[in-house]
Design a protein around this ligand. Structure first.
Ligand code: DGL
Length: 274
């Protein structure tokens, strides 16, 4: 038994789509969530820059007694997961891997569309997932410029969000994609709009429930589970505006917890009174 928290991070509110599923599956676990909103979006940044952020955030979460770390960001997983595992060998990490495997297994048309950030497509992880699991199907890559910003502003179905999504998925549908993989953790929040625009013949794959199950397996294997009768608490940190974060997170997932602001200082994260 281990009372310490599960640390979860993302560039912004996207990781809340993962937190929500972890919370539902493991309500006895304390969670610490960090949103690096000072740097969102990560998707257009160089991989080495995102890697630097991911290292500092991991150090911050470990300083706050995280027992395991969920990299709830495809971009940060592409940029840093391998590196994080070798830098912190005693810490179990759970990372995001584009859900190309279930898509390749279930597509009828043999054409799969993957929605992700440019950095995620650049990383070696994506190429290796496609090579390992989708050599028999056509995999179409699509970035959706501006969509993360729209979601960060809480605009899940306004005109601009609709236009970005429509323009993004149209070529995929025209090429026969019947399966869309959400390979950015912000995107599950626009599933209702995506399903409406794509139509009933298209399946949308959200990896968040599988990531929550994987987190459960990992803490079990490492004997890190919290006592089953415990009621887990959530602590949120943002490098952006805590008031806005609280409002937005409430409207997205409504999982209460204290929200604190944290600052970047010389590439490290520090609390206001440090
Ligand atoms: N939510 C993130 C991801 O899964 C990052 C999006 C961004 O900051 O560009 O890729």
């Amino acid at each position: 038994m281990d009372d310490r928290a599960i640390g979860i991070f993302d560039s912004g509110v996207g990781g809340l789509s993962i937190l929500r599923q972890i919370r539902a599956l493991l309500p006895n676990e304390d969670l610490i969530f960090l949103a690096d909103q000072a740097h969102v979006p990560y998707g257009q940044r160089a991989l080495h820059e995102v890697r630097t952020f991911a290292h500092s955030i991991t150090n911050f979460l470990l300083d706050h007694h995280a027992k395991t770390i969920v990299v709830a960001c495809n971009t940060a997983s592409a940029a840093a997961l391998k590196d994080l595992r070798s830098t912190f060998p005693s810490i179990p990490f759970v990372g995001m891997e584009p859900a190309v495997k279930p898509a390749a297994e279930t597509t009828q048309s043999q054409v799969v569309g993957v929605l992700a950030t440019p950095a995620t497509f650049q990383g070696k992880l994506f190429a290796s997932v496609v090579e390992r699991f989708a050599s028999n199907v056509t995999v179409l890559e699509k970035t959706l410029p501006g969509l993360v910003d729209q979601i960060e502003q809480g605009d899940l179905d306004g005109a601009k969000t609709r236009e970005i999504l429509e323009q993004g998925i149209l070529p995929l549908l025209e090429h026969g994609a019947d399966t869309l993989v959400l390979a950015c953790t912000h995107y599950p929040f626009i599933i209702p709009l995506l399903s409406e625009l794509a139509g009933p013949g298209v399946q949308v794959i959200d990896p968040a429930p599988a990531i929550a199950r994987q987190t459960g397996r990992v803490i079990n294997q490492h004997d890190l589970s919290a006592p089953p009768e415990k009621h887990g608490q959530i602590d949120y940190y943002t490098t952006g505006d805590p008031v806005r974060f609280e409002e937005l997170s409430k409207s997205l997932i409504d999982e209460p917890g204290i929200v604190r602001q944290v600052f970047w200082r010389r590439k490290k994260l520090v609390l206001p009174d440090c």
